[in-house]
Design a protein. Structure first.
Length: 421
């Protein structure tokens, strides 16, 4: 195990190149299972999560090669059984369920366990596949999906108690592309990552309309062919660097981004008094003319404020004068970062799904424990601005979702060390 030591107090300045999106790469890699042909996926970030996905594809029978950010997959012959040992390492492994069901009419995937950001059920994924005609059974911790007869298109609503589901929409979409007839997914997730997956599927020969909105219409086709695709930039990595620029920067530019995907994040920064400017593929953050103001945000499905940026804004609010509040509606218990930030001197009151944060003048470096990917990022951000040294233990959480985070931060002037525990 490794830890990251962040020496606080070094202001950030410069440009950072954003990697391909983790949350697009995972379902897109899974979608290569839908064809026997060669697929080439570019800008796949080098992360432990994408590497787990490649191992899963191999275990299912696909030939996989990776050269830097380009992944070649040929899934000529595949099996429906997904190995528990790999699945248990990454919750997003669940997204092989849709393509396996679409292509083989059979899938066996371990039921994902609990997760530190809250209860993460998969009922909507299963409901969607059942609508298409698959039978779902639980046995020995595994989900068994089987359709004796070909799947049939239908109209369904995938909206749940907490809104739409990203990977649930992905799973149903990937099964529906090879399903006879028309499938209409109402209450679909409209996140850019779902649209990116749909764009890849369309290149493979799928007929899909409405991806990127809450109503997706799929006209099933008999088979899909190989395709090449470049994954969209990671809006959460970009947002994290923008917050780094806000918290302790003198001009940070994120390059190779889609500014429209970051709108809610940049709007919140603007409203707080930071200077934010965009070009076609970059966003720059500079300190504003006065001191920043507190903000009040609520996480929502896209295009609302992303839950995956909530922890980073919580770290930022710790150093903004006055009161800020953050309400988390997607994963109401996703506040593991709060107690660690408090150890660094933050003034945060947690009340159910809402954090009220009163800015303090400085945070002080401390040993802290990373708990999940975005919570860990929040601790790194706090460490950059803190007085003294912050040690972030369990660094593997960050390596799941940020490609070379410490190297990129160093290029902006941060001083960090990665050391073995
Ligand atoms: N939900 C259900 N039933 C389901 C599925 C989801 O009730 O069958 C609930 C969840 O419990 C949650 C809400 O619906 O309250 C939304 O969950 P969603 O299914 O959209 O989450 P996900 O698809 O499992 C993806 C991202 C997460 C991101 C969420 C929300 C990937 C690999 N993961 O998860 O990313 O937080 O969407 O935007 O795409 C991260 O990158 O750090 C991360 C956790």
């Amino acid at each position: 195990m490794e830890k990251l030591i962040v020496h606080g107090g070094n202001r950030l300045r410069g440009k950072v190149l954003i990697s391909g999106s983790k949350n697009s790469s995972l379902p897109i890699l899974a979608a290569t299972l839908l064809t026997k042909d060669d697929c080439v996926i570019r800008q796949v970030p080098d992360l432990s999560d994408t590497n787990y996905m490649l191992q899963i594809l191999r275990a299912l029978g696909a030939e996989v090669e990776r050269a830097s950010g380009t992944v070649n997959v040929k899934a000529e012959k595949i099996i429906p059984d997904t190995p528990y040992d790999l699945v248990r390492k990454m919750r997003a492994s669940i997204c092989v369920m849709g393509p396996l069901t679409g292509r083989l009419r059979k899938a066996v995937v371990s039921m994902p366990g609990g997760c530190v950001i809250g209860d993460r059920p998969v009922d909507l994924h299963l409901k969607g596949l059942e609508y298409l005609g698959a039978k779902v059974q639980m046995d020995g911790g595994n989900i068994h999906i089987e359709a004796k007869k070909p799947l049939k298109g239908c109209t369904m609503n995938l909206l749940g108690k907490f809104g739409s589901t990203v990977l649930g929409t992905d799973n149903v979409l990937m099964a529906a592309v090879l399903t006879k007839g028309t499938t209409i997914i109402e209450g679909a997730a409209a996140e850019p990552e779902v649209e990116d997956l749909a764009n890849f599927l369309i290149k493979m020969g799928a007929k899909i309309e409405g991806a990127g909105t809450t109503r997706i219409v799929v006209e099933g086709v008999k088979e899909l062919h190989g395709a090449e695709h470049t994954v969209i930039p990671d809006r959460i990595e970009a947002g994290t660097f923008l917050v780094a620029g806000a918290i302790f920067g003198d001009g940070v530019m994120v390059k190779r981004v889609v500014p429209a995907h970051l709108k809610n994040v940049t709007d919140t920064l603007l409203a707080s008094g930071y200077e934010v400017t965009s070009t076609k593929d970059s966003v720059t953050i500079m300190p504003g003319s006065g001191s920043p103001k507190g903000f009040h945000l609520t996480t929502r499905v896209y295009p609302g404020f992303p839950t995956d940026m909530q922890a980073q804004f919580c770290a930022l609010a710790c150093l903004i004068p006055g009161l800020s509040s953050i309400k988390e509606t997607i994963f109401p218990q996703r506040f593991m970062h709060v107690s660690e930030l408090k150890r660094m001197g933050a003034n945060i009151e947690l009340d159910g799904d809402t954090a009220r944060i009163t800015g303090v003048e400085t945070l002080s470096g401390a040993p802290v424990m990373a708990s999940d990917l975005r919570a860990s990022a929040a601790l790194v951000l706090a460490g950059l601005a803190a007085k003294g040294t912050t040690e972030i233990h369990r660094l593997y959480h960050i390596d799941r979702g940020y490609e070379h985070l410490d190297e990129k931060l160093s290029m902006l002037g941060a001083v960090t060390e990665r050391v073995k525990e």
